[in-house]
Ligand binder design. Structure first.
Ligand code: MG
Length: 256
């Protein structure tokens, strides 16, 4: 079921968006060469406790997950591209790090992800990160009242194609509200004009993720982490947005 939010409800989601943004900024700042992924999870956990927020991940146990997630952030490094389960790993120079984070504040959830390189970047890694960022921007720009989910999907897919990246449709964006995942599904490729017509008050997460040389993934032995089948590196960019008559509002903006 697709739920629409009133302007007051969208305003009530802003603290969750600001909190999620603040955690991603802090984790990104902390994610230097030599830092353990478990330290990043501990930092986010500390911030959740300090803020009186609630993790959406720690007890998360969907049908595709091997066990309850048990951590509060996803840390996907290099060939891991989504759902990376934080583990005892120390970041090395040139690693591509993707952090995905969702939390509930005052009963409302926001969800966002960012990718970056720790230390010295490989230009090809920066390129795939840039592609996901540009695809996210294009998806947000298409998220206006009267357009459709297919318009958002097509905008994302067009950016992927322009960079020469394939799109895996197994995981995509989703409705966000009281829970982390709701309707509608927002695929990362599709046809303009198709699907649900966007209405004032629809709140969704848009989350393009691409890999350098493949569109195929497999699940790591940890039961969670999704890796590219060929070892190529990937990136992931995500924001939670509210679609309004005045245009899209990026609830998880990190621009201050
Ligand atoms: Mg997310």
């Amino acid at each position: 079921m697709i739920e629409l939010r009133t302007p007051a409800e969208i305003d009530a989601m802003r603290p969750a968006g600001r909190f999620v943004a603040s955690v991603l900024l802090a984790v990104r700042e902390a994610a230097k060469v030599g830092v353990n992924l478990l330290e990043l999870d501990a930092l986010a956990h500390h911030m959740i406790r300090e803020a009186g927020a609630e993790s959406c991940y720690i007890d998360y146990h969907p049908s595709f997950g091997g066990s309850p997630f048990g951590k509060v952030i996803c840390t996907s490094v290099n060939d891991a591209v989504l759902h990376g389960l934080p583990h005892d790993y120390v970041i090395v120079d040139g690693d591509v790090v993707s952090i995905d984070f969702a939390a509930r504040v005052d009963g409302w959830v926001c969800d966002s992800a960012v990718s970056f390189v720790a230390g010295t970047p490989d230009p090809e890694d920066l390129r795939v990160i840039t592609a996901t960022e540009e695809a996210l921007d294009a998806g947000i720009a298409a998220a206006t009242v009267g357009k459709t989910i297919g318009d958002i999907s097509a905008a994302i897919g067009d950016v992927a194609e322009s960079f020469g990246y394939g799109v895996n449709l197994d995981f995509g964006g989703h409705g966000v509200g009281r829970e982390m995942h709701g309707d509608p599904h927002v695929p990362n490729d599709g046809r303009p004009g198709r699907g649900y017509k966007l209405r004032d008050g629809l709140v969704i997460a848009i989350e393009p993720w691409f890999m350098r040389d493949t569109d195929q993934i497999f699940t790591d032995a940890d039961g969670w982490t999704l890796r590219s089948v060929d070892g190529s590196r990937g990136a992931h960019s995500e924001h939670t947005i509210a679609i309004t008559e005045e245009g899209p509002i990026v609830l998880t903006s990190r621009d201050g």
